[in-house]
Design a protein. Structure first.
Length: 207
């Protein structure tokens, strides 16, 4: 079974690419979606989040994402500390959840599964994939996209971008790059082209 990694910085459009790949028939698991699921359903994780961040982060059994994001994203040292704490609590559970899913798919004879993770390179997961696809866009385009969709200030968006590995470093590590500086139609064509190439690539021994 080929296991494909999909990554990209904030505002790059990787979620849009994931949607396009799913429409092409790919099985794609999103680390962000999995993290949200686990934070809303894992009582042990919720207890740890309450202990780390206080009672305001959970309401009616679900994580208050806006409250948590305000705590962990930003230029301050306390926010950096809180982000590291959040990652320490959530990331290992997300990884284990995906490993369990991959084991299940492998046993079922699934030919290809992809995992989307914004921090794939940052946490050193690249060696666990046959191939890694990077979705990238010019920095100013990424900033404008995030500001428009989230209402965050430029300062907050740039702070989040600084918390991730630079696009140049990611390009040096990725096997394929999808450029997302143009229209949705151009992105669709690029995604379909990469999907076709990946389908033809041999499965590697990454165990």
């Amino acid at each position: 079974m080929k296991v494909i990694g999909i990554t990209g910085g904030i505002g790059s459009g990787k979620s849009t690419v994931v949607g396009m790949l799913r429409a092409l028939g790919w099985i794609v698991y999103s680390s962000d979606e999995t993290a949200k699921l686990l934070m809303d359903t894992d009582p042990t994780l919720q207890a740890e989040l309450l202990e780390a961040f206080g009672p305001d982060v959970i309401r009616d059994g679900r994580v208050e994402r806006a409250v948590l994001a305000a705590r962990v994203f930003g230029p301050g040292e306390q926010q950096k500390h809180d982000l590291a704490t959040l990652n320490r609590l959530v990331h290992p559970r997300v990884i284990q959840h995906h490993l369990d899913l991959l084991e299940q798919h492998d046993a079922e004879g699934t030919e290809l599964v992809a995992i989307e993770s914004a921090l794939l390179f940052e946490v050193g997961l690249e060696d666990g994939f046959d191939y890694v696809i990077l979705v990238d866009a010019d920095p100013e385009i990424r900033i404008q996209r995030v500001m428009e969709r989230s209402g965050l200030t430029r300062e907050h968006v740039e702070a989040r971008m600084r918390e991730q590995m630079s696009p140049e470093e990611k390009r040096g590590l990725a096997d394929f790059v999808i450029e997302n500086n143009g229209t949705l139609e151009q992105l669709q064509r690029a995604t379909e082209a990469i999907a076709s190439i990946v389908a033809l690539m041999p499965e590697l021994d990454v165990s």
